[in-house]
Design a binder for this molecule. Structure first.
Ligand code: NDP
Length: 450
């Protein structure tokens, strides 16, 4: 059986690969298991040096990796370039973190108490198609820094950048077997990783529905899991905000990556006195989003990942929206930037669209804004726009989300923690917090009694 990889902007096949199954997954786990004792024994300084070399190789191959990602996901080349820069930053960061992931000494009677941060063993890393290389690095960086070996499963739609990253790992000098990439279906390769007795942990990013399956499957072997799942994040705009700035930035918080972003601020809540004014500014700003050929450096939004996904996205738009942008007439899974006015209970305002559709909702006061923002099973991301500092802090504390930004829509950085609350998952990636998901605390008491 083979996998045909398609460019979503042209609908043309760009690669044909062998499809791995259970047997190949088991072989990859066996390779990772065999490589584990050697990798955990590599000195911290050498492990850091190897990760640093990988980061440098990612930088040196930046254009190539961005091109692969752009062609495989349909994302604009400029955005893909920025994502590859972040991948390098992530490996640089975790290279620096290797010897700063410290244990403790704890005062005890009759001796000394020490903690160690032990690696888990073989970790299974399951990654979605929307940010394939980025999300792979968020898991691989801390996993390798802690001394684990890994089996990485990219989404079947977008395996090309993970395969190239696997080659770069070897080129960097990371021993064979430490990083293994398996290309196959979630329901076979993914599920086998989840159930495999020699896999100690699953780092998963994807839908809440599959996350639930992963958690259920992991129970059989009491595997550790980290789940980064869906979101329906609120962008809350108060009447005292810098409306021009908030409106200029809002389209990119929904339409970046064609809305296929778990952090998409796809519910825009606007305080009623400025609602009409904000809508005008938002429509103006959205009209300026450049949609087209992902290979063009000026393009800001490309197509959706597949025809099937386009159908799902289209099902969210009922009747005539407030605004619908233009798309190329050529082949490709295009979907226009779309703005709809919504009530908090509407499907478009409750479910994750994962496409370029923004739902705008008016609110009367701070309490109502918080109520609407929290009336969701999700709790991943969000923004608060106001000039009132006390309010910004009050609302930031009250909104049930793992990652928030004030007067900005940017909240993902290599060195700060990222992850969700509620059904957006648990565990944190990135920053020093990311190391906790790939290590376990061991406590050792040493008697000093004569
Ligand atoms: P899926 O949950 O369908 O897939 C994610 C990954 O899991 C893919 O590699 C997939 O493999 C694999 N998978 C599918 N079924 C199983 C299974 N039974 N056991 C183990 N692994 C499995 O999500 P999508 O790829 O469709 O991505 C879109 C969704 O992911 C959105 O809902 C989005 O919100 C969420 N997401 C969350 C992010 C976050 O950080 N919170 C970031 C990005 C996306 P394959 O596709 O090859 O079959």
């Amino acid at each position: 059986m083979s996998v045909t990889v398609v460019n979503p902007a042209t609908e043309k096949a760009i690669a044909k690969l062998e499809r791995d199954g259970v047997e190949e997954t088991d072989a990859a786990v066996a390779r990772a298991k065999a490589a584990f004792p050697g990798w955990r024994a590599v000195s911290p300084q050498d492990r850091a040096r190897l990760l640093r070399r990988l980061a440098t190789l990612v930088e040196e191959h930046g254009d190539e990796l961005a091109r692969i990602e752009s062609q495989n996901v349909g994302k604009p080349i400029s955005g893909a370039g920025g994502e590859v820069e972040m991948v390098a930053q992530v490996f640089h960061y975790y290279a620096g973190a290797v010897d700063k992931h410290l244990g403790e000494t704890i005062p005890v009677a009759g001796g000394v108490d020490l903690t160690f941060r032990e690696p888990l063993g073989v970790v299974g890393l399951i990654v979605p198609w929307n940010f394939p290389l980025n999300i792979a690095s968020w898991k691989l960086g801390p996993a390798l820094a802690c001394g684990n070996t890994a089996v990485l499963k990219p989404a079947e739609l977008t395996p090309l950048s993970a395969l190239r990253l696997g080659e770069l790992c070897v080129e960097a000098g990371i021993p064979e077997g430490v990083v293994n990439v398996v290309v196959g279906k979630g329901s076979t390769v993914g599920q086998r990783l989840v159930e495999h007795p020699d896999v100690a942990k699953i780092g998963f990013t994807g839908s809440t529905e599959v996350g639930r399956e992963v958690m259920r499957g992991a129970a059989g072997t009491i595997k550790r899991v980290t789940l980064e799942l869906g979101g329906k994040s609120a962008n809350i705009v108060f009447a005292d905000a810098d409306l021009e700035r908030a409106a200029a930035s809002a389209p990119y918080a929904v339409f970046d990556n064609a809305g296929q972003d778990c952090c998409a601020r796809s519910r825009i809540l606007v305080e009623r006195p400025v609602y009409e004014r904000f809508l005008d500014l938002l429509v103006d700003a959205t009209r300026r989003v450049k949609v087209g050929d992902p290979a063009d450096a000026a393009t800001e939004m490309g197509p959706l990942i597949s025809a099937a996904h386009r159908e799902t996205v289209a099902s969210f738009v009922e009747g005539e929206p407030l605004f619908r942008g233009d798309v190329p007439e050529a082949k490709g899974f295009w979907f226009p930037c779309t703005i709809v006015e919504a009530n908090p209970g509407d499907r478009v305002a409750r479910d994750e669209v994962f496409g370029p559709v923004a739902a705008v909702i008016p609110f009367d006061d701070e309490a109502e804004a918080i109520g609407i923002a929290n009336d969701s099973p999700y709790g991943l991301s969000g923004s608060i726009w106001t000039r009132d500092g006390a309010r910004a802090l009050r609302v930031a504390r009250a909104v049930e989300s793992g990652v928030l930004s004030v007067n900005s829509n940017s909240s993902v950085r290599a060195h700060t923690p990222f992850g969700g609350m509620k059904q957006s998952g648990f565990g944190r990636e990135l920053g020093m917090h990311g190391l906790n998901g790939y290590s376990e605390v061991k406590n050792v008491f040493i008697s000093t009694e004569a």
